[in-house]
Write a protein that binds this ligand. Structure first.
Ligand SMILES: NC(=O)C1=CN([C@@H]2O[C@H](COP(=O)(O)OP(=O)(O)OC[C@H]3O[C@@H](n4cnc5c(N)ncnc54)[C@H](O)[C@@H]3O)[C@@H](O)[C@H]2O)C=CC1
Ligand SMILES: O=C(O)CCC(=O)C(=O)O
Length: 452
């Protein structure tokens, strides 16, 4: 079966799952050279098996809001692939959550986790629950109701969820408390736990820090550095906040942050004090990014206009771009605007934030493009380190974990470079390299484990 026939078959089996098909198509179009070299992967239907979740769990979540009304949401866990270890990947609570989005995220996670070099399979889960404007009590009741079904499908050697959009340390706390009560055991069944009860230092920072470490490696391999570079960052959540923190520490100048309502542009740069204020707005008062301009009046706020086929944030003049909000937030017109403004690098903090035709624009223009599955792997890597600490019953220091994170990000970068050479890829093609490297790891493990 040719790659095209294979894609058609997967498309037929998963109709209307646009995001999932987008993620699958990208991998299929990357690994032609591997399949030529290893026809056995074709015979073993490795790709077809990779595109079918080992298990897909969907369940009803009933909970009661503050007014005493019964609410019904849908919960999911996609257990995509366990060839390299227990299923591992975050939970997303957002009204847009559906099967296609979670399958794309779980599929990407399999390759990302393979790239970390740690023993982690891939999965993802979540709910269409909207945490916005919910009280703390409502969040707690929802998390308990969600876990009252999920608990029977997970375990520290089976499936270890963590956070993603809408799931941060507060939610992980409530989810963990509910699991502990239901199973009557205290194990590392979730990562991103509080540092005083089993969490790893640096896990909250890991995705954002790792993203910037990867970008720094990429710049260095092109004889440049991030120091002094003006940076566009989208998002204002976990990944964006710590990407901005690390950019500041490395002497770069982040000038934007955003949420689903709009973005702020601060020409003077977001410094540590300003970032602290953003963290207060987003993590404590749970407000909107627009409130930044109430304190820093020189900054400009632009509202999102979703009827447009481009986002003004990507028109900002800068050297580097870090999309850290959500999937498909960089469209082809945005990529053309970035190119026009002479951007040097785009590194994805979010999962699949750049559309396929926008990636083509960046790569044709020889802009350094770092695919999320390589450069945002720092979060899950430190989750893997949290699992190791939990199993060993030890706590490493902040510096120890940060050092390990730096080394993992460098290794992922170097593995991409080695793959570029070995497969004679275009020297800027980190996307094909990451897909090939991740695929080979999982494919070899699947081959060794037989048809199961
Ligand atoms: N938390 C983690 O460790 C990891 C997260 N990611 C990815 O990073 C991205 C951000 O996740 P987190 O920072 O954890 O979530 P978060 O919930 O902390 O923050 C999400 C941010 O994105 C913004 N956002 C969400 N939907 C949006 C939309 N439709 N338009 C514009 N902005 C939107 C939110 O306003 C918020 O600022 C997601 O794509 C996630 O899958 C990737 C690797 C690890
Ligand atoms: O730490 C984890 O297990 C989850 C990370 C995640 O969801 C991601 O990498 O997208």
């Amino acid at each position: 079966m040719s790659e095209n026939e294979l894609y058609d078959r997967i498309e037929k089996r998963n109709p209307n799952e646009t995001e999932f098909l987008q993620a699958v198509e990208e991998v299929i179009s990357s690994i032609g050279k591997v399949l030529k070299k290893h026809p056995e992967y074709h015979q073993l239907k490795i790709l077809e098996r990779l595109a079918e979740p080992e298990r897909l769990i969907s369940f009803r979540v009933n909970w009661v809001d503050d007014e005493g009304n019964v609410q019904v949401n849908r919960g999911y866990r996609v257990q995509m692939n366990s060839a390299l270890g227990p299923y591992k990947g975050g939970l997303r609570f957002h009204p847009s959550v559906n099967q296609s989005i979670l399958k794309f995220l779980a599929f990407e996670q399999v390759f990302k986790n393979a790239l970390t070099g740690l023993p982690l399979g891939g999965g993802k889960g979540g709910s269409d629950f909207n945490p916005k404007e919910k009280s703390d009590q409502e969040i707690m009741r929802f998390c308990q109701a969600f876990m009252s079904e999920l608990y029977r499908h997970i375990g520290h050697f089976t499936d270890v969820p963590a956070g993603d959009i809408g799931v941060g340390s507060r939610e992980i706390g409530y989810l963990f408390g509910a699991y502990k009560k239901l199973q009557n055991e205290f194990t590392g069944v979730l990562t991103g736990k509080g540092p005083k009860w089993g969490g790893s230092p640096i896990r909250p920072e890991a995705t954002g820090y790792g993203l910037v470490y990867f970008a720094e490696n990429m710049m260095a391999s092109n004889g440049e550095s991030l120091e002094g570079k003006t940076c566009i960052v989208s998002g204002a959540g976990n990944v964006a906040q710590y990407a901005v923190e690390k950019l500041i520490q490395l002497g770069a100048k982040p000038v934007t942050m955003s949420d689903s309502s709009g973005f702020i542009y601060d020409e003077e740069g977001i410094d540590e004090e300003k970032l602290e204020h953003i963290m207060y707005i987003k993590n404590v008062s749970r407000g909107r990014i627009k409130e930044y301009t109430e304190k820093y009046s020189k900054a400009k706020y632009t509202e999102t206009d979703s009827s447009k086929d481009f986002k003004p944030i990507w028109e900002t003049k800068a050297d580097c771009a870090f999309p850290c909000a959500t999937q498909n937030e960089v469209k082809v017109k945005d990529a053309k605007n970035l190119k026009k403004n002479g951007i040097k690098l785009l590194a994805e903090g979010a999962n699949m934030p750049t559309m396929a035709d926008a990636i083509d624009v960046l790569q044709e223009a020889k802009i350094l493009y770092a695919p999320g599955k390589a450069c945002n792997a720092g979060g899950v890597a430190v989750s893997g380190l949290e699992m190791t600490q939990n199993r060993m019953g030890v706590y490493w220091t902040k510096d120890e974990v940060d050092e390990k994170l730096k080394n993992i990000m460098k290794r992922i970068h170097d593995d991409c470079r080695k793959t570029i050479e070995e497969y004679e890829l275009n020297s800027h093609d980190y996307l094909e390299a990451a897909n090939i490297f991740g695929f080979l790891k999982v494919a070899d493990a699947m081959k060794a484990q037989g048809i199961v």
